[in-house]
Design a protein around this ligand. Structure first.
Ligand code: XMP
Length: 318
C-alpha cells in the first residue's frame, strides 16, 4: 500500500543514490508540486540544492514577495530572480496561445541556464512534474489529435543546457503530492494552494499580453480569491481564477456611457485536473464578488461566470 511516509523515505534514499554529491538546480513556482519536490531534495541533499524562484511578471498579485519569504522561512536555499521585463519582451505582440506558451517556456529555460551557470558545476535540473503532466504531454505527441498544449515543464531540455533531469514526483497524482507535503510538515496555506499554471496569467489573458492587462487581471483575481477565502469556499474549490477576455462591452456609469473590459470567473472541482466540473458557487457570493470587482477595478464593467465542464472545456481558456 502506498503511504506518504514510505514514499518520502524511499524517494530520499533514491535521490541520494541518483544525485550523490552533485549540485541540483530547481525552479520553484510557488505551487505545491515544485515546493514538495524541493522539500524532498532538500531532505536528501541539503545545501547542494539550489532553488530559483523566477518572477515572470505573470504571477498573482503580491505572490512573488510573499512566496519568496515563505520559501526562505522553510530553510530552502532559494534565490529570487525578477525576470518580468524579459518575459514581457518575449511576449510582446504574440496572441496565439501556443506561441505564448513557447515564448514563456523558452525564456524560463534561458533564465535557468543563466542562473545555473552562476551556481557553477551544476549537473541536475529538478522539476516538480507530476503524472497528469506526463500523460497530457505524451498524448499530445503520440496521437493523431496533435498537440493539446505544450507544457513548458515537460519534455526535456535543449542540448545546450547539458543538465540531467530529476523528477521525484513523476509517478504521483496531485492528492498524493499534497499528502507527501503534509507528511513533511509543509505549511497548510502552501499545501492547500490551488494549482496555478507555469505560464501564469499569460494563458488567462486572451490575446496579446501587456503590463496594463496583467495589472487589471491581478486585481480582479485578487478580489475573487480573497472572497473565496473570506466566504470559506477556497478549500472547497480545486482551482479558481479570473480570465481577461478580449472583449469590450457597453456599460453606464452615472450619466456616462462606458466601453470597457469583460472578465470571466472560473472555479472548478476536480481530483487531478484531467476532468473538472464547474462549481455551483452561491449566487450571493457571485453577486458580492461581481460588485466588488466592478467597483474596485478600473477598466472592467462586466463579469461573467464560466459554467463549462472539462471535457470539453479545459480549465484554462488557452
Ligand atoms: P487544462 O487547461 O489543460 O489544465 O484543463 C489542467 C491543469 O493544468 C494546468 N495547466 C498548466 N500547468 N503548465 C503548467 O504547469 C502549463 O502550461 C499548463 N497548462 C495548464 C491548469 O492550470 C490546470 O490545473
Amino acid at each position: 500500500d502506498w503511504t506518504p511516509n514510505a514514499f518520502v523515505e524511499e524517494t530520499v534514499e533514491a535521490l541520494q543514490e541518483k544525485v550523490g554529491g552533485d549540485k541540483v538546480v530547481l525552479g520553484l513556482s510557488g505551487g505545491v508540486d515544485s515546493s514538495v519536490a524541493a522539500m524532498l531534495l532538500h531532505k536528501a541533499i541539503g545545501e547542494n540544492l539550489y532553488c530559483i524562484f523566477v518572477n515572470n511578471g505573470l504571477l498573482r498579485k503580491d505572490e512573488y514577495t510573499q512566496v519568496l519569504q515563505q520559501y526562505e522561512g522553510m530553510g530552502l536555499n532559494v534565490k529570487g530572480v525578477d525576470a518580468s521585463a524579459r518575459f514581457m519582451d518575449a511576449l510582446a505582440g504574440l496572441d496565439d496561445p501556443e506561441l505564448k506558451r513557447k515564448a514563456i517556456g523558452r525564456v524560463f529555460i534561458e533564465v535557468f541556464d543563466d542562473e545555473a551557470k552562476e551556481v557553477q558545476n551544476v549537473t541536475w535540473l529538478a522539476q516538480g512534474t507530476i503524472y497528469p503532466d506526463v500523460i497530457e504531454s505524451v498524448s499530445a505527441t503520440g496521437g493523431p489529435s496533435a498537440t493539446i498544449k505544450s507544457h513548458h515543464n515537460v519534455g526535456g531540455l535543449p542540448d545546450f543546457m547539458k543538465l540531467k533531469i530529476v523528477e521525484p514526483l513523476r509517478a504521483l497524482f496531485k492528492d498524493e503530492v499534497r499528502r507527501v507535503g503534509a507528511s513533511m510538515g509543509m505549511a497548510a496555506d502552501l499545501l492547500g494552494r490551488h494549482p496555478f499554471p507555469g505560464p501564469g496569467l499569460a494563458i488567462r489573458i486572451l490575446g496579446d499580453i501587456t503590463p496594463e492587462k496583467v495589472a487589471i487581471l491581478q486585481e480582479v483575481d485578487a478580489v475573487f480569491i480573497n472572497n473565496l477565502k473570506k466566504w470559506d469556499l477556497y478549500d472547497k474549490v480545486w482551482q479558481a481564477g479570473a480570465i481577461l477576455l478580449p472583449v469590450n462591452s457597453v456599460g453606464v456609469m452615472g450619466d456616462e456611457r462606458t466601453y470597457e473590459k469583460c472578465v470571466a470567473l472560473r472555479a472548478v472541482e476536480s481530483t487531478d485536473g484531467m476532468t473538472a466540473d464547474w462549481v455551483n458557487l452561491p449566487y450571493e457570493f457571485l453577486q458580492a464578488t461581481s460588485n466588488e470587482i466592478i467597483n474596485k477595478v478600473k477598466g472592467v464593467n462586466r463579469v461573467v461566470y464560466d459554467i463549462s465542464s472539462k471535457p470539453p472545456a479545459t480549465i484554462e481558456w488557452e
